[in-house]
Ligand binder design. Structure first.
Ligand SMILES: [Zn+2]
Length: 158
């Protein structure tokens, strides 16, 4: 139980007790689902407390707000960033969620090491590229890293 917010350990975690999460519960290449008010945010854990995730490029907005906007406004441009998990989840709970969009995607998923490599490459190659946010939101991006773009594209965004 977290002393600060009374959240028990798992499946959802707060960042106060991030150092206490067992290594097998948070591995490099894991997809991280982060609780938000309307849509949950998604990121790829790449190790050493860092995640790669798709955000809306607007430094003026708070993290939670900008990420919410990314789901409803196709005009916004996305930016792929690497940031500390404790920062991205600073006020919200998160969990590991590696659920595949389909059985085919599960059968063809990348290894954890390949997922991390792909995510890190995306921070280099797509850093300033417009990301089509209507069909490519933060969940789409995270699943693309683990399952490949052809499987992520079949994802039904809810
Ligand atoms: Zn806490």
């Amino acid at each position: 139980m977290c002393q600060k917010c009374n959240v028990k350990r798992g499946p959802w975690y707060c960042t106060h007790i991030i150092d206490e999460i067992p290594p097998e519960k948070l591995e490099e290449g894991d997809l991280i689902e982060i609780k938000r008010n309307i849509y949950n945010h998604w990121a790829v854990y790449v190790g050493c407390n860092e995640v790669v995730h798709l955000t809306v490029d607007n430094p003026q907005t708070a993290v939670g707000f900008s990420l919410m906007v990314s789901h409803v406004d196709g005009v916004n441009t996305g930016k792929i960033k690497i940031e500390p998990l404790t920062y991205v989840c600073s006020r919200t709970l998160f969990r590991v969620n590696n659920k595949a969009p389909s059985p085919e995607a599960e059968a063809n998923k990348r290894t954890n090491a390949e997922t991390v490599k792909y995510a890190l490459e995306m921070t280099e190659t797509k850093k300033d590229t417009n990301y089509q946010l209507l069909k490519g939101n933060c969940e789409h991006f995270a699943k693309e890293c683990r399952f490949g773009s052809e499987y992520a594209e079949s994802l039904q965004v809810t």
